[in-house]
Design a protein around this ligand. Structure first.
Ligand SMILES: C[S@@+](CC[C@H](N)C(=O)[O-])C[C@H]1O[C@@H](n2cnc3c(N)ncnc32)[C@H](O)[C@@H]1O
Length: 281
């Protein structure tokens, strides 16, 4: 039988989760904590959420914290998620990135809530196709592609470049599957030439943004929906500080930075919102 959470325990657990990954749970989400943490609570032998909370709070190794974050994050993703946004990325962003590196300039991309990697690999495939069409197949090697996430298990899948049939069936066109993947028993394995162009790192968006260089393009998609207004404000300010003037921030179709920062010029590409970092006056 599933362990029930009491009201005071719910307050303790939601504070713990928000403090460690920024995920803000409103009232009435008891079922979410009960169901997502059920196995972990059982595994630790705790008989109440109060006991579980105490164990998590006093776990010096950080291992239990990481497993709680893994269980509470939603890693839902797909290839080429949102048609208009990817048309923009294909027709505007990828040619711009390639022309920067062709002209000797740096080009840097960050997928800031990368989940299992479909987002950064979708971009890597587009860059590869464009570069091939230009007769410059090795040009994408010079585009720096960083992908980060807070979830260790999501990153593990991302780095492996191995996807099951369910993941493959979510938005990946057949021609790209045939060109870039090889079937290995129950899985599809991404061409290492594409896989190795992305660098994966564990990173919590709550942490300070200390990067040696600014980014030309940041994808921070379908993650701010889980955050409080205060966290969104600080996150968008931090994102503005690491995107070069003229660089672009793409959010999920249901997300907006309009209420939180004036650092971006907002324009549209079909139904996609394009946030361009303003030049300082
Ligand atoms: C719904 S997925 C979105 C994946 C991808 N960006 C997309 O649009 O398909 C949200 C991701 O954000 C990550 N996430 C949640 N809180 C985070 C935080 N504080 N720092 C970094 N990543 C976080 C989750 O682990 C999850 O993989």
């Amino acid at each position: 039988m599933i362990l029930r959470i009491t009201e005071p325990e719910y307050a303790l657990m939601t504070q713990y989760i928000e403090a460690h990954c920024g995920i803000h749970l409103e009232r009435d989400k008891e079922y979410l904590i009960e169901s997502r943490l059920a196995d972990l609570v059982a595994e630790t032998g705790c008989r109440s959420f109060q006991e579980f909370h105490f164990k998590a709070r006093t776990d010096a190794s950080g291992k239990l914290r990481d497993r709680i974050i893994d269980a509470m994050t939603t890693n839902e993703t797909s290839w080429f998620r949102d048609k208009s946004a990817w048309e923009y990325l294909e027709n505007e962003a990828t040619p711009n990135l390639l022309s920067r590196v062709a002209g000797g300039l740096p080009a840097r991309v960050w997928s800031a809530a990368a989940s299992t990697g479909q987002e950064i690999y979708s971009l890597a495939m587009l860059l590869d196709e464009k570069a091939m069409a230009m007769g410059r197949p090795s040009l994408p090697d010079q585009v720096e592609m960083l992908a980060t996430d807070i979830s260790t298990t999501a990153l593990f899948t991302a780095m492996s470049g191995r996807f099951d049939a369910i993941a493959m069936n979510r938005g990946l066109p057949d021609d790209k599957r045939d060109r870039y993947f090889r079937k290995e028993e129950q899985h599809w394995v991404l061409d290492p030439r594409i896989r190795d162009r992305a660098r994966f790192k564990k990173f919590n968006l709550q942490d300070p943004f200390i990067f040696p260089h600014s980014f030309d393009l940041v994808l921070c998609r379908y993650v701010t929906i889980y955050f409080s207004d205060a966290f969104k404000r600080s996150l968008f300010t931090k994102l503005a500080s690491v995107i070069r003037p003229g660089g672009t921030l793409i959010l999920g179709a249901t997300e907006s930075l309009r209420e939180y920062t004036g650092a971006f010029e907002i324009s549209y590409y079909k139904s996609a919102v394009i946030n361009t970092r303003k030049h300082e006056r």
